[in-house]
Design a protein around this ligand. Structure first.
Ligand code: FES
Ligand code: FE2
Length: 390
């Protein structure tokens, strides 16, 4: 009998698991057939964050995006609307553009193979044959279009005609970060990393702080609750002992002398003007849309982390730093924010790769989740539910 179990009570409202839960089967983290199934049932069915609207700011500018073998083209129309198409010509299926980003000519989208020409709505305007077959109707051959949502300057695409409601794809109300006025923010910097791990390993690591004390020395110095291996106040079984204690060791948020996620705790960018006192004190507010993105809003910048699977054991993350335009025009040095994030994300990437490496042990069919890993359990249940929906 575990002595802890006898002596530690669980206060009402305790967030942790009260029984152990098995993890997903280990083979799901490297089996190629499982990876294909997850691409089909998860990545091709949910809203996916592609890029900021500013990447296709002008009419005819485009940007590519790839998930598995699905290559997508996002293009800004003359009417200002962003549209997404499979990057595939309706003639014999050539890719419509070679580059990942660029601008189509005034003529529209012209296939590089036999010059079929489409307008920016995806309608076939002209086939190249001098005389088409008698039954050929150009309107029968528009590009394969996909749903797009443009939200606060973020472009999302869905690789299905029937995506779930967009707002429901977030874990909190989608307007939670409205005070940050994200449509007006500009990208100050982007970090990219390729991790040798399955995409689920990344999200599982994201969903717990049990690893924080061992993996993130700088982060736990900034966020004392993380140093106790908790994400939220109610992750502590005896949380009611300190239910209204404002000490950040219990309530969360940044250590007392810090205001933002930077090396010295001081804001690097110009602070956002419209934040409530609670938002300023929180230090970080997360808004998550699995499987492709989470946002973290700080006092002076918003961090956007996009996840993209490259293979069963390879995952890309790109991190954009969004700031007020004044932060750039005033020449603020964001180095302390960028280096802090780079440190924490590199620590996470390294530990995710270590996790992946160990998963191959033949006898390790599944692991076990501990109380602090309740959000990992929720994520894994979400994965199971998505996969079960054939
Ligand atoms: S494949 Fe595009 S015009 Fe032939
Ligand atoms: Fe971490």
């Amino acid at each position: 009998m575990n002595a802890n179990r006898k002596t530690v009570r669980r206060d009402p409202g305790y967030a942790g698991l009260t029984r152990t839960v098995p993890t997903l089967p280990t083979a799901w983290y490297f089996d190629p057939a499982q990876f294909q199934l997850e691409l089909q049932r998860i990545w091709q069915r949910n809203w996916l964050y592609v890029c900021r609207s500013s990447e296709i700011a002008t009419a005819r500018s485009y940007r590519g995006y790839q998930i598995g073998e699905q290559r997508i083209l996002l293009v800004r129309g003359d009417d200002g609307t962003a549209r997404a198409f499979h990057n595939t010509c309706r003639h014999r299926g050539a890719a419509l553009c070679r580059d990942d980003a660029g601008r189509f000519p005034a003529a529209g989208i012209v296939c590089p193979y036999h010059s079929w020409r489409y307008n920016l709505q995806g309608d076939l305007v002209q086939a190249s044959s001098k005389l088409a077959g008698d039954d050929f109707e150009p309107r029968d051959y528009p590009l394969y279009q996909l749903p797009v949502t443009e939200w606060h300057g973020f472009l999302f695409v869905a690789l299905t005609q029937r995506p779930p409601p967009f707002a429901a794809s977030f874990d909190l109300p989608a307007n939670r970060l409205d005070d940050w006025r994200m449509a007006d923010l500009v990208v100050a910097h982007t970090l990219r990393k390729t991790m040798q791990c399955n995409w689920k390993v990344f999200w599982e690591n994201y969903n717990e702080c049990l690893h924080c004390p061992t993996v993130h020395p700088k982060l736990v110095n900034l966020v004392p609750l993380f140093g106790r291996a908790y994400l939220e106040r109610q992750d502590d079984p005896s949380w009611q002992d300190h239910a209204s204690d404002p000490d950040p060791r219990f309530g969360g948020g940044l250590r007392r002398d810090a205001q933002s996620w930077t090396l010295d705790g001081q804001p690097a960018g110009v602070p956002f003007p419209g934040l409530s006192e609670a938002d300023r004190k929180a230090g970080h507010i997360y808004l998550t849309s699995v499987p492709s993105v989470f946002l973290v809003a700080h006092l002076d910048y918003v961090r956007v982390l996009r996840v993209r699977p490259l293979g069963p054991e390879e995952t890309e993350m790109s991190i954009e730093f969004l700031v007020l335009p004044q932060t750039l025009s005033e020449g603020r040095d964001l180095g302390n924010a960028i280096r802090f994030t780079d440190t924490v994300m590199s620590e996470d990437a390294e530990i995710c790769e270590l996790n992946q490496r160990g998963l191959h042990a033949a006898p390790h069919q599944a692991g076990v989740l501990m109380p602090e890993e309740y959000a990992v359990a929720s994520f894994q249940n979400w994965v199971r539910t998505q996969l079960a929906d054939g």
